[in-house]
Design a protein around this ligand. Structure first.
Ligand code: AKG
Ligand code: FE2
Ligand code: ZN
Length: 738
């Protein structure tokens, strides 16, 4: 990318801003020390740490390097995967000084986003030797296997416009489109109908390529089946092993049009990410074909080595530890996968993964839960699909919850100084610090979130919203923001309101927000829906900040068998409402079809905490948030642009960085679609494993429903009710004589 300081860096600033920059720079140094163990130096040196200038902030090497080079000759630029900072070593101290003066506190434009850089001197920078890892046994990558002309010819040979799908079995899958030649690979049974060859065999344009494969001894028999996969940016294929009984040993995949990163996982947890450049041929044989899964994580950027692909023989750069990485934007990639249909049962050396030798098929997904019919079922459902999920996603969730909603703030600021406030279901405590004149206490069912509150200096305790251990009539005000919609029966929702009322003093007021069934109100689509077409967001946020991630729900992955796609859970489609009492999974950013549903949460970067890595979390400057509405959906903790282009670019800009708790459980839980990751992947320390998807239960409220709920409480009046960004809200008041 072409970046210049003139273009990318804002010039002059005033002295008030100077002070702000210094403050933020100090904060950044403090965070670097606390979270990363990096101490900054008071005196100028040749080396600088550039906070917010990391790959984890979505800054590419080219962009940062262009800005840094304008200050002098750069000896080394070190960018670690996912980190929210970079190191630069200048040839001279003079250049480092110049960079410090001119770039500190300045904005760097990175694609559509900008980051504010904070630079501090460091005494030394340790740069480890570039590590490489062995490729899975039997895997060979041949770069430049076809030339550009051949590539164009092959791409032109695939006719996607054909309407006769019977000839080549063309399908649009959730995360890519596919076309089969020779035989159709069926994703329903993960096999081929061997006695039903397709009318169209492998296109003849492929023959010269296949002949070269034979000549170069990559294969010894000609393939008779071709699957063409086309992936747009952001798409991928779940980890899988191509069904043993369907295809012979060697499988070859030719990458055309754009590069990607394919992840190979061994059942023992090893993970090897391999960059597949455009025009390269990947040959999978033996262990790499039969035992390792291969898959492509759906994302819009990959982290790849900064230098041009070199021949690494039977190793590949370790993308997890390399300090020489850059971001590569994904383009449209078309792969041609050539396989030979197997006519005899497989007799490979990997019986545990071999369907011909009795290995069980991929574990079937857990059945979706049903709406509860009794109190015990309801409690269980909430335990599995609300409480455990929040505990597991707490730090990621918290990183997406930074901007208090204006009308909630308005309520809080309308309370007289000294008022006692209870925030029931306080989450990460983002409302506890809004009005410092209040005596505010929060509680939440998730101990992980309460821990985050504590780290942020807020008073909070673990409690169920149905029985808060505070004295009756002890609060001047209560808030319940995005909580009551998690109760799965009418009685429990009613009891939750009742508990708020119990806490209120006579004359006290409570503000309640719940997610609305109606996401379009007064002809206005809520932000949740509006963001649908944006590149960035997706995890939804009822009554909360704007959403923060971009993936479509991913297909399932399987370690030992081939299940190439499609979700485990049912999604609600246009015609299918809940038919059998089972809860359906909502498709994020679409209108609701049912009132009781499961909403996916795509965990980002959480595995770092699964692994006990302290990680680097943070949240944004709230002031800045207010003025920068367009980008506030980006998650600060989600600083991995490789898993999400919706990253927060200003890691070090906020006052409450020290908020992240190590809270994830790596155990599979019912609310988590663990089949979308794989157990072996969870053991890996890699940053680039597919994110597990959790499902949270919601009851979305129809217009009037919340008011009705409140009206059932004795001694309460609804002062006002309104619709706010896809939420129904009421302010209720407890009668003076209660
Ligand atoms: O896109 C690729 O290179 C791999 C496709 C694949 O694994 C498959 O279709 O089974
Ligand atoms: Fe495959
Ligand atoms: Zn086998």
């Amino acid at each position: 990318m072409d970046a210049t300081v003139e273009n990318n860096v804002k010039p002059v600033r005033r002295s008030k801003e100077d002070k702000k920059v210094i403050r933020k720079q100090l904060k950044a140094s403090h965070t670097l020390l606390k979270h990363e163990g990096i101490s900054t130096a008071p005196q100028p040196t040749k080396s600088l740490v550039v906070a917010n200038g990391g790959l984890g902030n979505g800054v590419s090497r080219e962009e940062l390097s262009a800005a840094l080079k304008q200050m002098g000759e750069v000896d080394k630029l070190i960018m670690h995967p996912n980190k929210p900072y970079a190191f630069v070593i200048y040839r001279s101290e003079e250049s480092a000084r110049k960079a410090h003066i001119n770039l500190n506190g300045e904005k760097l434009q990175c694609g559509e986003n900008s980051v504010t850089l904070y630079l501090s001197y460091v005494d030394s920078v340790t740069c480890e030797e570039e590590a490489s890892v062995p490729l899975p046994e039997g895997l060979v990558l041949v770069e430049d296997f076809v030339c550009s002309e051949e590539e164009a010819l092959l791409l032109a040979a695939i006719d996607w416009s054909s309407t006769n799908t019977d000839v080549t079995a063309q399908k649009s899958l959730k995360h890519r489109r596919v076309k089969h030649y020779g035989f159709e690979f069926r994703y329903d049974n993960n096999n081929v109908d061997k006695d039903k060859p397709l009318p169209a065999g492998i296109p003849q344009e492929c023959l010269p390529v296949l002949e070269r494969c034979v000549k170069n001894q990559h294969i010894d028999i000609m393939p008779d089946q071709l699957t063409v996969n086309q992936y747009e940016s952001g798409q991928g294929i779940p980890p899988h092993v191509d069904t043993h009984s369907a295809f012979e040993d060697t499988i070859m995949s030719l990458s055309l049009g754009a590069k990607t990163v394919m992840e190979f996982r061994h059942p023992d947890g090893r993970l090897v990410a391999v960059v597949l450049p455009e025009r390269s041929l990947l040959v999978m044989k033996g262990e790499s074909r039969f035992f390792w899964t291969h898959g492509i994580t759906p994302r819009k950027f990959d982290m790849v080595p900064a230098c041009d692909p070199q021949s690494f023989g039977d190793t590949t750069p370790d993308l997890r530890t390399s300090s020489n990485l850059t971001l590569s934007k994904r383009g449209t990639r078309t792969s041609l996968t050539f396989r030979k249909i197997r006519n005899e049962p497989c007799r490979c050396a990997f019986p545990s993964a071999c369907d011909s030798q009795g290995a069980p098929p991929a574990p079937s997904p857990p059945p979706p839960p049903s709406l509860p019919c009794c109190h015990a079922d309801a409690a269980l459902l909430e335990e599995q699909y609300v409480h455990r999920v929040y505990d597991a996603i707490a730090s990621h969730f918290s990183s997406t919850r930074h901007s208090p909603w204006p009308r909630v703030c308005h309520f809080l600021c309308s309370l007289p100084p000294g008022s006692v406030l209870a925030d029931v279901g306080c989450g990460n405590g983002k409302y506890l610090g809004v009005n410092l004149e209040l005596s505010a206490v929060g509680c939440d069912r998730s101990s992980a979130l309460v821990q985050i509150c504590a780290e942020r200096g807020f008073q909070a305790f673990v409690s169920d919203a149905l029985s808060v251990p505070l004295r009756a009539a002890s609060c001047d005000a209560c808030i319940s923001i995005a909580v009551i919609h998690h109760f799965s029966t009418q009685e429990r929702r009613l009891a939750a309101v009742q508990e708020l009322v119990r806490l209120l003093k006579p004359g006290g007021r409570a503000l309640i927000y719940v997610w609305a069934f109606e996401q379009e109100y007064n002809k206005q689509r809520s932000k949740y829906l509006k963001d649908h077409n944006k590149e960035l967001p997706e995890n939804h946020n009822p009554a909360e900040d704007s959403p923060e991630e971009s993936q479509e729900p991913q297909g399932k992955s399987s370690v030992h068998s081939s299940s190439h796609s499609e979700d485990n859970y049912r999604t609600v489609d246009n015609n299918q409402h809940v038919t059998d009492g089972k809860l359906s999974v909502h498709t994020n950013r679409t209108a609701f079809e049912t009132k009781d549903l499961l909403v996916p949460w795509h965990l980002k970067d959480g595995k770092k905490r699964v692994e006990g890595d302290s990680g680097e979390g943070g949240k944004k400057d709230q002031q800045k948030e207010k003025s920068k509405k367009t980008s506030r959906s980006k998650a600060t903790l989600d600083c991995n642009p490789a898993t999400s282009p919706g990253f927060d670019s200003n890691m070090f800009s906020d006052s409450s960085l020290d908020t992240i708790a190590a809270t994830h459980s790596s155990k599979p839980i019912p609310g988590c679609d663990t089949s979308q990751t794989c157990s072996s992947a969870l053991k890996s320390e890699s940053e680039i494993i597919p994110a597990p998807v959790f499902h949270r239960y919601y009851h979305v409220f129809q217009q009037g429903e919340l008011e009705q709920l409140c009206a059932q409480q004795a001694g309460v009046t609804v002062q006002s009710s309104y619709h706010d960004q896809g939420n129904w809200c009421v302010i209720l008041e407890k009668a003076l004589n209660r």
